[in-house]
Design a protein around this ligand. Structure first.
Ligand SMILES: N[C@@H](CCC(=O)N[C@@H](CS)C(=O)NCC(=O)O)C(=O)O
Length: 332
């Protein structure tokens, strides 16, 4: 894996040297917004109007951030409006790759990964180069691509899901609102807490290169899970009886937890199945129509165990665990 430096691909792992062994996620670079009427949210910004067939998502089925966008695409009835291409789960020397001829020898094709039939790229970094020839930074999924202007609208999942939540409603007629005005403050607060301790917290534990950095992340993560377990004691979802963005953002980490993070990232004080409220809540969301179709455990496990060879040098991908996500969730 690597990054683009002045538009050139450089194979390089995350550096934790200057931060006492702590992993820090880089800020996303493409931050434009699609709007319903095509008016940019800030004056002078490039306009991107919500239109059927104009936009495209490049995703990995393994990635929790990309997963958010896939869930919103399904729940907001956008499958016929926004197309999708899935990268291979193995992220190696060339970063994210598409299925096809030029695939590196080590990475192998996993069912469910696609060729880039839209831009004919072999690697995701070529999509970034196409959008900005001298781009500097990491090459991450998800990418929201504009077919009309041949550029990246956004590579920030938290903002992509906001656009999908509201800006296409006039076209789809789907007015489900996962970020309702009256809950925004509460959702934002939950998001901040869950992002730093849980969503990114598992990575902080897994990518730590000192015991102290790992310990800090581990403690904050399990304190946070205990807190969420208590919130879910008398509420079906985080803010009450309605599913919101905060739940969907938490879900993509919870669904990977027992399958990957417990072992690979050493977040092993407890599994999600050991928490009665969290496990029921996880199943409840998984069983919502459309959600299970966005979950691919083969891509999830292949990605983490195979790509992070500093953590798992043998690249052996475990066969287990056996997960039960379809039995009654009991959260009604
Ligand atoms: N802030 C970004 C983060 C996305 C992200 O870090 N994606 C990971 C995969 S889970 C990635 O593509 N990493 C490649 C890299 O860092 O080089 C978002 O939420 O959209």
């Amino acid at each position: 894996m690597g990054l683009l430096q002045n538009g050139q691909w450089v194979d390089q792992w995350y550096s934790t040297k200057d931060r006492d062994g702590q992993f820090q996620r880089e800020e996303s670079s493409f931050r434009h917004w699609i709007t319903a009427d095509g008016q940019p949210i800030k004056t002078g910004e490039t306009p991107f109007k919500a239109e059927k067939g104009r936009y495209h998502l490049y995703v990995s089925l393994a990635c929790p951030w990309a997963h958010r966008t896939l869930i919103f695409r399904v729940l907001k009835g956008l499958k016929d409006f926004i197309s999708v291409i899935v990268v291979e789960p193995h992220m190696l020397g060339n970063g994210w790759e598409f299925a096809g001829r030029k695939q590196s020898k080590l990475a192998h094709h996993i069912i469910g990964a696609d060729r880039d039939t839209l831009n004919q790229a072999d690697y995701l970094y070529q999509i970034y180069q196409k959008a900005q020839a001298n781009y500097n930074g990491r090459v991450t999924v998800p990418v929201l691509w504009d077919k009309q202007n041949q550029t990246i609208v956004s590579n920030e999942s938290s903002e992509i899901i906001r656009m999908l939540n509201s800006e296409f409603d006039q076209l789809t007629g789907n007015e489900l609102d996962f970020y309702p005005r009256h809950l925004r403050q509460q959702i934002d607060k939950l998001n901040n807490f869950i992002y730093s301790t849980i969503n990114n917290g598992v990575y902080k534990a897994g990518f730590a290169t000192t015991q102290t950095a790992y310990n800090q992340a581990y403690d904050a993560l399990f304190d946070a899970l205990d807190k969420i377990e208590r919130i879910l004691e008398d509420k079906r979802y985080l803010t009450g009886s309605d599913l919101t963005e905060a739940d969907l953002r938490l879900f993509t980490t919870l669904i990977r937890f027992d399958a990957v993070y417990v072992g690979h990232f050493k977040t092993n004080m407890k599994r999600i199945v050991d928490y009665s409220n969290l496990q029921g809540y996880l199943k409840d969301i998984y069983q919502r129509p459309g959600v299970a179709s966005t979950v691919n455990f083969e891509h999830i496990k292949q990605h983490y165990y195979f790509s992070h060879d500093t953590i798992n040098p043998t690249r052996i991908v475990p066969n287990g665990p056996v997960l039960d996500l379809t039995s009654t969730h009991g959260r009604g």
